[in-house]
Design a binder for this molecule. Structure first.
Ligand code: FES
Length: 271
């Protein structure tokens, strides 16, 4: 009697007839481009300040360099002034090492980004219904257990958000004079998109709506329910705001760089 032997599915085998590989390819290209650009800028903190604008790669600045970094944040704008003398000489004097770095921890452990870079870089699997090649995903265990810290990185992101809104509103004042420039609008859009991304976070949604069995058992619609519904709406668009906010952070930095380096002129009411 003939015996049928089933071949084990090989690497990237799938019955999907569509171009399933486009999505992970674009994701990988986008992540490399934007995170690469922002990391480079954060580690080369020059032209990050154009009064009253500041790049989000260094905002808010705890320390600022006092020499060797053209276009750096003025000492009186840094929370603790100039970098301390004990700062290791092999490290660039970048404010990004401090509070702005909270954004990296938040994005790196974000549920959406995890799914995106696991697929794009580790092909585990590269897309739905496609056989992966690098081991198999076993959840956030072993080496990946740190991903569970995401709920705590949220607090850092909320703090950073307050700081970026503060910097955005501060950009209405140049040398104490009230006005507005294109840079002000760019910085406020940046804070808005980051808010839309942060308030759609799964951890935030759980924080405001988790552990509640019934929102309206007492016959009233609670404000908490409205908040949770708003967060749920944003959560459904989390990927969209993850990308929009990432792209706009890079754009805001680029805008400040171009104005600070004198490459372009900022249209504003200060003259
Ligand atoms: S799940 Fe994406 S920021 Fe929390």
């Amino acid at each position: 009697m003939a015996e049928s032997v089933k071949a084990a599915p090989s690497f990237l085998s799938t019955r999907r007839p569509d171009t399933w590989w486009v999505q992970p390819l674009l994701t990988a290209a986008g992540l490399i481009t934007f995170f690469g650009y922002l990391t480079y800028r954060a580690m080369n903190a020059t032209y990050v300040w154009a009064e009253p604008y500041i790049s989000p790669t260094v905002a808010p600045p705890l320390f600022t360099p006092i020499a060797g970094y053209p276009g750096s944040v003025p000492v009186d704008h840094a929370w603790l002034g100039a970098f301390p003398t004990w700062w290791p000489s092999f490290l660039p004097q970048s404010p990004a090492f401090f509070i702005p770095g909270l954004a990296i921890a938040f994005r790196f452990t974000c549920y959406y980004y995890r799914g995106a870079y696991y697929k794009a870089f580790f092909v585990t699997p590269p897309n739905c219904a496609v056989k992966g090649g690098v081991g198999s995903y076993k959840g956030e265990t072993m080496l990946l257990v740190f991903q569970n810290l995401h709920r705590y990185t949220l607090y850092g992101a909320l703090f950073l958000l307050v700081c970026l809104w503060w910097e955005g509103f501060s950009a209405f004042f140049k040398h104490g004079q009230l006005g507005i420039g294109v840079g002000t609008v760019v910085m406020l859009i940046n804070a808005s998109l980051l808010s839309l991304y942060t308030f759609g976070c799964h951890s935030w949604r759980h924080l405001i709506g988790g552990k509640v069995d019934c929102f309206s058992c007492d016959g009233r619609v609670s404000p908490r329910h409205k908040l949770w519904k708003g967060s749920s709406w944003l959560n459904g668009r989390h990927m969209l705001f993850a990308w929009c906010s990432l792209v706009w952070v890079a754009f805001t930095d680029l805008y400040v760089y171009l104005v600070s380096s004198g490459t372009i002129h900022d249209l504003n009411t200060w003259g």
